[in-house]
Design a protein around this ligand. Structure first.
Ligand code: C2E
Ligand code: CA
Ligand code: CA
Length: 555
């Protein structure tokens, strides 16, 4: 669909290539002019002779002179026509050149500069700004939800949104600024400013974010989008900060804005680059480590407070990286999710954990954490069942922890997943309860088997009255819904004492020791005489001996 390009009016340039054709125009014009002078020179004599001859006072004009005179007239007429033709021709060529240049330098949809032309235009602007003692800010703006709008409402809706955004940016930028569309939903602006006044750019960034957020009506829907913005300034020796470098820095700052929740702006700082480098190191490390078996399960004890007995373990993933050391899941799980390897990573950990847990006393359970992305897999329940069958591990001893924040994803899908897991005899816990704002009605409609109170309420429980009230209410809620409650993050006797006052719970935490790898866990269980007998009573089949997988030393 053809779209009207908005008149952003910010693309400044100088025409370069018209001098030669102008030269040729002048030559033709000069020829006509010379012919005119000749015409005047010969014309004076020929016409006066012709007039005298007509009056009968003299002879006819010189034949040669008359012929030259007529030829001169012809030359003037033809010359003039040639001149006009050439002017037209040059005009057509100029228009064609202008169109070709426009096509090469501008984005056809929005009429903004494009990725190729923003570089030279930026360098030109920086040089020009320097003559006024100004520097330039390179502002990168990326829409946060463009893909969803395209997927949901179609590509013409996406085009409409891009046009709207280009217009809004154009209206917001000061005159003399540049605007370019440098990718699908990415815009770049270059704005000169006084070096001591970056607040002007802060205000501009805020206005840009606000203007992009204005909804746009399309057919019968309202398209709404937000933008993440990264800003780089060309400081000090601007020569070192050419357009390409500025674009790279603004891109890094924009990535920070995305990371911190989108719909905001960040100025580039050098440490961001290190962070990005660390991130890419993590990405390659995770991919390699997955194949090299560097991800290992650690186990944290779960205790029944009423009896003081060990009832099971929560498996917590660890990455034993040869270059970075032992890495926490809080660092690598989000990256594994982003690069699309969370499912194979989690499955390989669960397989190892099932092998480990088969060596434990059959009354000990195994809980595993599951990422929200895995819940979107329609085959997830089947995959879990297959792993249980392959490991010959009874589903009744297996528990899956789903964090409260997952419930926002797609409640219908989560409900049917929980149902199919439960139909197979697997228990499902609601993890990190209290942090994700799930409603009571959601809690009632989802058939969880257990609630786990987030450790943020627990660590300071003994001296924080508010947290004690929250834990007490959750205990009452669990009782009301008939759901057992596990408290995590118990670090001290004081907290344990406070908890025994508030209700009946299962507990876990550093008070009972740090999470440990499989070999240490097995050693502890041996001391407690809680290892499995060679014959598993539940199905009568022979269990293989305890796993001989290579294990890392206790971190
Ligand atoms: P979580 O499920 O809330 O796990 C409990 C976390 O609290 C663990 O951190 C554990 O080491 C820590 N913790 C336990 N007791 C105490 C205590 O007394 N005090 C304090 N301050 N902390 C305690 P960890 O192992 O770093 O795990 C962090 C999070 O990573 C977990 O939080 C869980 O959501 C996630 N996670 C761990 N393993 C996996 C996995 O295999 N898959 C997925 N998707 N997520 C995992
Ligand atoms: Ca958990
Ligand atoms: Ca938690």
């Amino acid at each position: 669909m053809a779209k009207q390009a908005p008149d952003v009016g910010l693309i400044t340039r100088t025409p370069e290539s018209t001098l030669t054709s102008t030269g040729r125009d002048l030559l033709t014009l000069g020829t006509v002019f010379a012919a005119l002078i000749l015409f005047v020179g010969t014309g004076g004599s020929v016409i006066s002779h012709a007039l005298s001859s007509l009056r009968g006072r003299g002879g006819a004009p010189d034949n040669l002179l008359a012929t030259a005179f007529l030829l001169n007239i012809a030359l003037i007429v033809f010359g003039w026509r040639r001149y006009r033709d050439m002017v037209d021709e040059v005009q057509v060529r100029r228009t064609a050149e202008e169109q070709a240049r426009q096509l090469a330098e501008t984005d056809p949809l929005t009429g903004c500069l494009n990725r190729r032309s923003i570089g030279p235009a930026t360098n030109h602007l920086i040089a020009e700004a320097a003559t006024r003692g100004e520097i330039a800010a390179f502002i990168m703006l990326d829409l946060d939800n463009f893909k969803q709008i395209n997927d949901l409402h179609g590509h013409s809706a996406g085009d409409e949104l891009l046009l709207h955004v280009a217009r809004q940016i154009g209206d917001t930028l000061p005159s003399g600024a540049l605007i370019a569309r440098i990718g699908g939903d990415e815009f770049a602006c270059v704005v000169p400013f006084a070096p001591g006044q970056p607040e002007a750019i802060d205000r501009l960034a805020e206005r840009l974010i606000g203007s992009v957020a204005q909804p746009v009506a399309y057919q019968r829907v309202s398209l709404e989008s937000t933008a993440s913005v990264g800003i780089a300034r060309c400081d000090g020796d601007c020569g070192r900060h050419d357009a390409q470098a500025l674009l790279h820095m603004a891109d890094i700052a924009m990535y920070q804005a995305k990371k911190h929740g989108r719909n905001r702006y960040f100025w580039y700082e050098t440490n961001m680059e290190n962070e990005l480098r660390f991130r890419s190191e993590l990405e390659t490390g995770i991919r390699r480590g997955l194949n090299a078996g560097e991800f290992v399960p650690y186990y944290e004890k779960q205790i029944d407070l009423a009896t003081g007995e060990l009832v099971g373990f929560e498996m917590l993933a660890r990455w034993n990286s040869p270059t970075l050391g032992l890495i926490s899941p809080d660092i690598f799980i989000p990256v594994a999710e982003d690069i699309g390897v969370i499912a194979p990573l989690s499955e390989s950990l669960i397989r190892q954990a099932l092998i480990d847990a088969r060596g434990w006393n059959p009354r000990l359970s195994l809980s595993v954490n599951i990422s929200a992305l895995q819940l979107r897999d329609p085959w997830f329940a089947q995959k879990i069942l297959k792993m249980l069958v392959e490991a010959n591990f009874p589903p009744s001893r297996f528990e899956i922890e789903i964090t409260e924040s997952c419930l926002h994803e797609n409640i219908g899908m989560v409900r049917s997943l929980i149902m199919s897991l439960k139909n197979q005899g697997i228990r499902v816990s609601l993890d990190d309860f209290g942090t994700g704002y799930s409603s009571l009605s959601q809690l009632r409609s989802l058939p969880f088997d257990q609630i786990k109170v987030d450790r943020s309420f627990v660590t300071t429980l003994a001296d924080n009255k508010e947290n004690a009230t929250i834990v007490q209410s959750i205990a009452a809620l669990g009782e009301g819904l008939g759901l057992p409650v596990t408290i995590e993050g118990v670090e001290s006797e004081a907290v344990l004492h406070e908890l025994s006052r508030l209700g009946t719970f299962k507990v876990q935490g550093y008070l009972y020791g740090y999470p440990e790898p499989a070999d240490r866990t097995t050693e502890h269980l041996a001391e407690l005489d809680l290892l499995a007998d060679p014959i598993d009573a539940s199905d009568g089949s022979m269990l293989p001996p305890a796993p001989l997988l290579p294990r890392i030393a206790n971190g």
